[in-house]
Design a protein around this ligand. Structure first.
Ligand code: SF4
Length: 425
């Protein structure tokens, strides 16, 4: 059977469809590039903002329009709104996040024990999701109670995968030629808290570095309160990418308090200083919410100034989106859409400036780049796009299509979002 897998939202959703792909392929099926070619489509939905929920519905309708006769829907949006998902065109089954691990066996009507994943190597998903990096799921769910967050409601309590299961997924990826692995989770920093004996993410990272020969290991989003300065000793191993994505959400202490985030600007400042001292060149990126209920001009000004001070290498800014069922919807003093929009522009501007500053520091230097996207350029050339370990987006022109290779590059000039360079022979 031909199957198309689609996903909206975070890296965890991405890691899940990669796992579905391996399982479908192990059962003898083929993963195709578009819903139009497929007999079965699986859509992994998202509900982190109202826009993500609407994108999820749109993807399902689009797949039906393109001719997908059988659609299976899973993920955060359909877990919270299964009835709305079930009535969309050609949706045959809605699988809750809690049953997601068994989605493939249930859809195919086979037994778990009939699966033999051992001989199956990871292949990047075709089409828009063609990625050289493998996103590996290490845990699901979250035990925190950030007041804006719908994800923890859609994903349930924190559950860690065992070290053995994570290593096995990574070995499959390496067998398929993966050079970089990204450890993913809803709340990656809580990995191991529910295991017996209790473990810490550093134990998992050490095991991956020790027991696999993955060339690059990257960590997806980490909550700042799960880390302390000893964590950064892990970077003595140069295979660990110098990139920390630490969602700050706001630089105002009062706003953070209303969000029920377990951090303060002072603690965050200290953590970043330790990281930068321990790991020169570390890229620190973040997520920010503007227009959270009660964020007045003073709080926003504090937040903006703090973000400026942190000199992030990049980040995402979201205007607060009220998600039904979360405590924040009951908070007083909502911020108008116009004000939130203006604040989001200002915050983006500050992040753009610090990103430029970070990239400028690398001008004229050399770096190793893993090529992730390759587009034909002119009659004989290729335009290659890739990442350095510290998350600089680099492009070069090359006569060779060096997809999934790591090459040394001299970083010559800034582009809109990254740097352009030249290959070093
Ligand atoms: S840490 Fe907060 S924002 Fe992140 S998933 Fe948990 S509750 Fe949501």
């Amino acid at each position: 059977m031909k199957i198309f897998l689609d996903s909206i939202g975070c890296r965890l959703n991405q890691s899940e469809i990669e796992r579905f792909a391996t399982q479908f392929r192990a059962a003898g099926h083929t993963i195709v590039n578009s819903a139009g070619e497929a007999e079965l489509v699986v859509v992994n939905t998202c509900t982190v903002t109202s826009a993500a929920a609407s994108d999820s519905r749109q993807k399902i309708r689009q797949a039906a329009r393109q001719g997908a006769g059988e659609i299976v829907v899973t993920g955060c949006w359909s877990t919270l709104e299964p009835d709305s998902a079930a009535v969309l065109p050609n949706v045959r089954r809605v699988v809750s996040n809690l049953d997601k691990d068994h989605l493939v066996v249930e859809v195919l009507g086979v037994q778990e024990e009939d699966f033999d994943l051992e001989p199956v190597a990871r292949k990047p998903l075709p089409g828009v999701h063609l990625r050289t990096r493998a996103f590996i799921k290490t845990q699901d769910g979250c035990d925190n109670h950030c007041t804006f967050c719908i994800t923890r409601i859609a994903r349930g309590p924190g559950r860690s995968e065992t070290i053995k299961a994570v290593l096995s997924d990574i070995q499959h990826a390496l067998k398929g030629g993966t050079r970089e692995v990204v450890l993913s989770g809803v709340h990656l920093g809580s990995w191991g808290y529910d295991l017996s004996p209790r473990m810490h993410l550093r134990d998992l990272i050490q095991a991956v570095l020790q027991d696999t020969n993955v060339e690059r290991l990257r960590l997806s989003s980490l909550e700042p309160w799960d880390l302390d300065e000893t964590f950064f000793q892990l970077w003595e191993n140069p295979r660990l990418c110098r990139h920390l994505h630490l969602p700050l959400q706001s630089g105002s202490e009062q706003t953070l308090h209303r969000m029920a985030r377990h951090t303060t600007p002072a603690a965050f400042r200290q953590l970043i200083a330790s990281a930068r001292q321990a790991v020169p060149g570390m890229a620190v990126t973040t997520d920010l919410i503007v227009g959270f209920p009660g964020e007045d001009d003073r709080e926003f000004a504090e937040s903006l100034a703090f973000v400026q001070e942190m000199e992030f290498a990049g980040g995402h800014v979201f205007s607060y989106s009220a998600r039904p069922g979360t405590p924040a919807v009951r908070l007083n003093n909502p911020v108008s859409g116009t004000v939130a929009h203006r604040r989001s522009e200002q915050m983006r501007q500050v992040l753009a400036e610090s990103s430029t500053l970070f990239r400028e520091q690398h001008l004229g230097s050399e770096a190793s780049v893993l090529w992730e996207a390759t587009n034909a350029y002119g009659p004989t050339g290729w335009k290659l796009h890739g990442l350095t370990d510290n998350y600089l987006k680099v492009e070069v022109h090359s006569p060779l299509r060096l997809w999934n290779q790591i090459n040394r590059v001299r970083l010559d000039r800034l582009t809109d979002q990254g740097l352009a360079g030249s290959l070093i022979e």
